[in-house]
Design a protein around this ligand. Structure first.
Ligand SMILES: [Zn+2]
Ligand SMILES: [Zn+2]
Length: 339
């Protein structure tokens, strides 16, 4: 099969022929139709603690059709089933797997990280983490299930209630997904801070009630628009200093949910958080239930994340599009299309 292969930091991915995957016990092989490029793909191909070994295949936001069935399957899968999957190869039988939280499985391998990913014609998935797509949900739309599930998981972690005021820092795919779900859950104000004009517009089309420029006066800008401080703050950038800024903006007993991936040391001053008795709840990934909710709401037409997709490229054009995302750009979600 053809795949975009990581050849080392500072080098573009290279489209190569590599061996097709064969399904293990309780695994399926999916022929990939679309696979989205994620910020974590960029992180893990940069020099640093998260960098993957040479010849890794990335990609965890894939959707496609079942083409091969492994042994010991417990549900009635058929070739041609349209599916997406939580990007986890997990044991399928521990308490975490059985309760739909495979990210907590002790036997976990992450597809697109330490197991072969979806920037390839075929990818192996765990049966227990694979979900059939309803007919009402188009295949390209389903490529957004993963980033939307990250946003939903964060909004659930924040315990967001209808009527609350919400601050979202950053309008990348995760910030946009958080804004979408905050709107869905009935937040009264959803104010997104974002430096790029195009992404601010995207935020407004995906759920933000207002957008602002980030900066020192963020608290004042928020209060001017919303009539008070944020009840829940979602840090969706992952750059040093932003958790501290959120701590300073937050009112007493607010909830702060860091979702952005920050791999550098970051200093916080606990004292203001202590004085205000803030709750700080980190959020990562998703459960099977998050995926199920996203799929159901998309299939019912109750959410529309399609504005998030700003570019669709072929596998041959994908390495260049991938590199272009390393510099500030107007792109948001870039999908690789395989057929
Ligand atoms: Zn992702
Ligand atoms: Zn398990």
């Amino acid at each position: 099969m053809r795949a975009a292969v990581f050849k080392g930091a500072g080098q573009p991915l290279q489209v190569e022929h590599i061996a097709d995957p064969s399904p293990g016990e309780r695994q399926l092989v999916v022929e990939v139709a679309y696979c989205g490029i994620c910020g974590t793909d960029l992180h893990s191909t940069r020099e640093g603690p998260a960098m993957l070994p040479c010849n890794s295949v990335l990609g965890h936001e894939f959707v496609g059709e079942v083409v091969a069935l492994g042994g010991g399957l417990q549900s009635g899968w058929a070739r041609g089933d349209r599916v997406c999957a939580l990007p986890f190869l997990s044991c399928g039988s521990c308490a975490a797997c059985l309760s739909g939280s495979p990210f907590e499985c002790s036997g976990l391998a992450c597809i697109g990280v330490n197991a072969p990913g979806g920037f390839a014609q075929y990818v192996a998935t765990s049966e227990c983490n694979t979900l059939r797509l309803p007919d009402q949900l188009s295949t390209p739309d389903a490529a957004l299930v993963e980033p939307l599930a990250v946003g939903l998981h964060a909004v659930r972690a924040g315990g967001l209630r209808a009527g609350q005021r919400v601050l979202v820092t950053g309008a990348g795919p995760i910030g946009l997904a958080v804004a979408l779900w905050a709107r869905f859950m009935g937040a009264s104000d959803i104010i997104v801070s974002e430096p790029t004009a195009q992404r601010r517009d995207l935020a407004l089309s995906m759920g933000a009630t207002a957008v602002v420029q980030p900066g020192a006066n963020l608290a004042e800008q928020f209060a001017d628009i919303a009539g008070g401080p944020p009840d829940v703050l979602f840090e969706c950038v992952g750059a040093p200093g932003l958790i501290q800024q959120c701590i300073e903006i937050a009112p007493r007993r607010a909830m702060l949910v860091p979702v952005g991936v920050c791999e550098q040391p970051d200093t916080i001053l606990p004292f203001p958080a202590l004085i205000k008795e803030l709750s700080i709840r980190f959020a990562i990934a998703y459960s099977r239930a998050d995926y199920e909710t996203v799929i159901a709401m998309m299939a019912q037409g109750r959410i529309d994340a399609s504005p998030m997709v700003t570019q669709v490229v072929s596998l041959d054009d994908m390495p260049a599009a991938f590199e272009a995302l390393r510099a500030p750009s107007n792109q948001c979600k870039v999908l690789t299309r395989f057929k």
